[in-house]
Design a protein around this ligand. Structure first.
Ligand SMILES: Nc1ncnc2c1ncn2[C@@H]1O[C@H](COP(=O)(O)OP(=O)(O)OP(=O)(O)O)[C@@H](O)[C@H]1O
Ligand SMILES: [Mg+2]
Length: 246
């Protein structure tokens, strides 16, 4: 399988008034096309920092990040922003939907702003919502949807530009277990049925069981990896995780 993401020896330091904070300390990681990878680690271990760097929102202090063969660390800020808009899909913990827009409009908006044909965009938004079992919610505004439904709308929005990688930072952090599972299932389906590459940060071992691979980060370094072995193996993932960070 072809690697869609290659992270090589990435370090990230944040200058502060006191001592600089070393958030990432030599991370190397390869993710293949169509893989679903979860990143786990304690609070402050560097998970979000890694996701931000892969998403091109910030630059590493050293090391390289190659996506579809292009080193995003060598791009200008403008090139990187364009690359992110065209090739990356991002999902946040807070769903970040616009309250006055319907589900279809929320999914379509970024592409319309980007100048795509409104009619085509709306058609695509509807079909993505259907794929995410939200065909019946197209005209609903966020407040008339459950948290799980809202996050699935955000997943549809992230898929609109057919991204190389879907990045999700604690996508179920605001959801209860049942709605969280809907979202994990949707992400797994996007990866398995559509061949999407998904990288999601989570604290939940139950969610991580939906991934093909779990990467564990400790103090800005990769402490090890877990093969989750499928749904229902949350206890196993939790045990392995505790061993790796312990
Ligand atoms: N902009 C910043 N300036 C200074 N320090 C930062 C900045 N962003 C992150 N850090 C520090 O870098 C380290 C890693 O932060 P990061 O947000 O990546 O952690 P995390 O693993 O996502 O944690 P959490 O699970 O709490 O979200 C932390 O010590 C954090 O305080
Ligand atoms: Mg974080």
């Amino acid at each position: 399988m072809a690697a869609v993401l290659v992270v090589r020896d990435v370090r990230k330091e944040f200058p502060t008034d006191a001592q600089a904070v070393r958030a990432l300390d030599g991370v190397s990681l390869t993710v293949d096309e169509g893989e679903f990878v979860c990143i786990m680690g304690a609070s402050g271990s560097g998970k979000s920092t890694l996701l931000h760097l892969v998403g091109g929102l910030d630059r590493p202090t050293s090391g390289s990040i190659t996506i579809e063969g292009r080193d995003i660390t060598r791009m200008s800020d403008r090139e990187r922003t364009l690359f992110r808009r065209r090739r990356m899909g991002v999902i946040f913990q807070a769903f970040n939907l616009l309250p006055t827009l319907t589900a279809v409009e929320n999914v379509a908006l970024p592409s319309i702003i980007d100048g795509s044909d409104g009619r085509e965009v709306t058609k695509r938004a509807r079909s993505l919502l259907e794929e995410l079992d939200l065909g019946h919610r197209g005209t609903h505004r966020p407040q008339a949807m459950s948290g799980g439904e809202q996050q699935r709308v955000a997943i549809a929005r992230a898929l609109m530009n057919d991204p190389a990688i879907v990045l999700a930072d604690e996508p179920t952090g605001n959801l209860d277990t049942r709605h969280g599972e809907e979202v994990w299932r949707a992400l797994a389906t996007m990866s398995r049925a559509r061949g999407k590459t998904v990288i999601a940060v989570t604290h939940e071992s139950a969610g991580a069981t939906f991934a093909d691979r779990v990467v564990v980060i400790k103090d800005g370094r990769i402490a090890g990896q877990i093969e989750p072995g499928g749904e229902g193996h949350a206890a196993l993932v939790a045990t392995r995780y505790a061993e790796l960070v312990g």
